[in-house]
Design a binder for this molecule. Structure first.
Ligand code: ADP
Ligand code: ADP
Ligand code: MG
Length: 537
């Protein structure tokens, strides 16, 4: 059976393949009859950071299990499996041969940073420092602690850390080990853009010595971090193909385009594109509500908010470091917290998705959503919420069995299912793959317009903020001590202000995609002089 487009037989009746890539001849591994099949493998290269770019469920973790020697590939032979000799014969003459030979001889030691870090407190009780002492095999602990600003949390118990703190501890632990190969599965969830860039630099420093493979869905970070990328495509949970390595710029562009040139495969019907200019607001928008200047003082932290307005139908991006008061501001708007000097009388109904999502109920996803909305069965709800969040396959799953990415999609659905004037989503991109980020972006913009509501999106993925926002609020100050909320600004002014604080400029490649400039490069200096940090062509 073919899909009608393939010249050769497409084994999955699914892909738009003009000619069958060589990788699709024999799977590297198949999990049982009708089980997931993986084709190809990523190639760890000494001195390089290799990225894997692809949807969740496409076989990235399976690849790493093979590369780390914990899963012996069966080459699709479900009867008798494949001996290492047979596996090595298949890879003879390829870049992977020497590596796999060492794996077969059990000579490879791998250090892993898992995708979901919430299991760490379940297997380790103790403080962050105790954990990091056990992994400090390279004698780099002090350096990592200071670069990742972990000093203040060293004596805290692992199970008391926030997601962003635990992420940084997990990254430091992984990089501290002595290993032949390092694998980090998603480094950015819950980290702000400062922390993302520091982490990227630490990984690059280690890559000079040892091969590193990463999975990352924040494409601006992946772009500055990786030397080459393997694209993973296919059909999640059914089959996945890991392509040969591509240069990072070309690989990301092909991925966004949805068409893989060398492989002759179109895996998405539409291309993801960026506007080169700051989009001017075309729609005339009415004011939804005005918030007054406010302050909020905690014992160790104070927030100042310049007054501003939120408009009907707009998506308002919110950017700023962790610990700078974004969630506090959201709570002031929602009336969960009172500003200094007494309650404000905003009279807006707020629906809020927190940054850290808990899924501790055994109710099914469908039951949970039916408990929030009466419209579940309407075609509106199915089209606007269920379909774009790909909830259908998980509707009958108990919420406490969902993966991090699935739980995130359910939490977004729950927030948007409520009846409110203002929706606030705190880091909706966490644990979503690129495909899901693109779909969520479209869906949120569409919902804001359709409902004439305001939607505030707090996020650290700069591409997502660029694509989703009409205007932005910029938080400035000193994390953990003082924050100042300025704006809302139009996109050019807001991005300039935010990136100026960060000291980072973006250039555009030929396709119009923004790329982080090397610090102190010609463009970096020129753009800083001209104060064009982002929308620069
Ligand atoms: P990714 O890391 O890209 O999200 P994985 O490699 O974890 O993807 O999983 C790919 C597919 O393989 C998933 O559909 C998963 O259900 C399936 N799978 C993973 N491990 C096993 C296993 N031990 N047995 C059967 N199926 C598995
Ligand atoms: P962000 O959302 O930007 O990461 P938050 O608004 O959550 O930041 O927190 C800003 C600062 O305020 C942090 O230092 C935090 O510890 C402090 N903070 C938040 N809520 C409280 C509270 N209820 N009591 C005391 N301090 C708080
Ligand atoms: Mg927050």
């Amino acid at each position: 059976v073919g899909c009608g487009i393939c010249v050769k037989k497409c084994p999955f009746d699914a892909l738009d393949i003009i000619s069958l890539p060589e990788e699709l001849e024999v799977p590297t591994h198949r999990y049982g009859k009708n089980g997931f099949a993986l084709y190809g493998l990523p190639i760890p290269v000494p001195g390089k950071v290799t990225g894997i770019l692809g949807a969740n469920g496409i076989g990235k973790s399976t690849s790493v299990k093979i590369l780390s020697g914990s899963l012996q590939p069966n080459m699709g032979d479900l009867e008798s499996g494949a001996s290492w000799d047979e596996v090595l014969k298949k890879f003879a003459g390829t870049e992977l041969f020497d590596y796999l030979k060492m794996v077969s001889e059990k000579q490879i030691k791998v250090s892993l940073k898992p995708q979901y870090i919430d299991y760490i407190p379940k297997v380790f009780t103790g403080t962050a420092e105790e954990l990091l002492r056990t992994t400090d095999e390279r004698g780099k602990l002090d350096q990592y602690v200071s670069a990742l600003k972990l000093d203040a949390i060293l004596d805290r118990k692992i199970d008391e850390l926030s997601g962003g703190e635990l992420q940084r501890v997990a990254i430091a632990a992984c990089l501290s080990r002595v290993a032949d190969f390092y694998f980090l599965d998603e480094i950015t969830p819950f980290l702000d853009i400062y922390q993302r860039m520091v982490t990227a630099r630490l990984i690059r420093d280690l890559a000079v010595e040892k091969p590193i493979v990463i999975v990352e869905h924040d494409l601006a970070i992946l772009d500055m971090l990786a030397d080459t990328v393997h694209v993973g495509y296919g059909r999640p949970s059914v089959f996945g193909v890991i392509t040969r390595p591509k240069g990072v710029r070309i690989g990301i562009n092909q991925y966004l385009d949805g068409f893989l040139h060398e492989e002759n495969v179109r895996f998405r019907e539409y291309a993801v594109v960026f506007d080169k200019r700051a989009h001017s607001v075309e729609a005339m928008r009415n004011v939804l509500f005005t918030f007054p200047p406010m302050t909020k003082t905690y014992p160790a932290f104070s927030l100042g908010v310049h007054g501003g307005e939120v408009r009907r139908g707009e998506v308002l991006g919110v950017v700023g470091a962790n610990g700078i008061g974004k969630s506090t501001f959201a709570k002031l708007l929602a009336g969960v917290e009172e500003p200094d000097g007494g309650p404000n009388d905003l009279k807006v109904k707020v629906s809020f998705k927190p940054q850290y999502v808990k899924g501790d109920t055994d109710a099914t996803v469908e039951l949970l959503l039916r408990g929030i909305t009466k419209k579940f069965d309407s075609s509106y709800y199915q089209h606007e919420i269920v379909e774009p969040l790909s909830l259908n396959p998980i509707l009958q799953s108990p919420v406490n069995t969902l993966s991090g990415g699935e739980l995130q999609r359910v939490a977004i659905a729950a927030c948007l299912s409520k009846d409110a004037d203002l929706y606030i989503l705190d880091e909706p991109s966490a644990h979503l793959d690129v495909e899901q980020r693109v779909k969520v972006t479209r869906m949120i913009k569409h919902l804001a317009e359709g409902r004439d509501a305001g939607i505030m999106v707090i996020d650290h993925d700069i591409y997502m903020i660029d694509m989703i926002s009409e205007r932005i609020l910029v938080f400035e100050g000193e994390p953990g001590r003082h924050g100042e909320a300025a704006g809302p600004f139009d996109m050019r002014e807001g991005m300039n202000r935010f990136l100026q604080n960060l000291g980072v400029t973006f250039r555009r490649d030929k396709t119009g995609r923004p790329r982080i400039n090397k610090p102190d490069s010609f463009l970096d200096r020129e753009q800083k002089t001209n104060r064009e940090y982002y929308y620069y062509t």
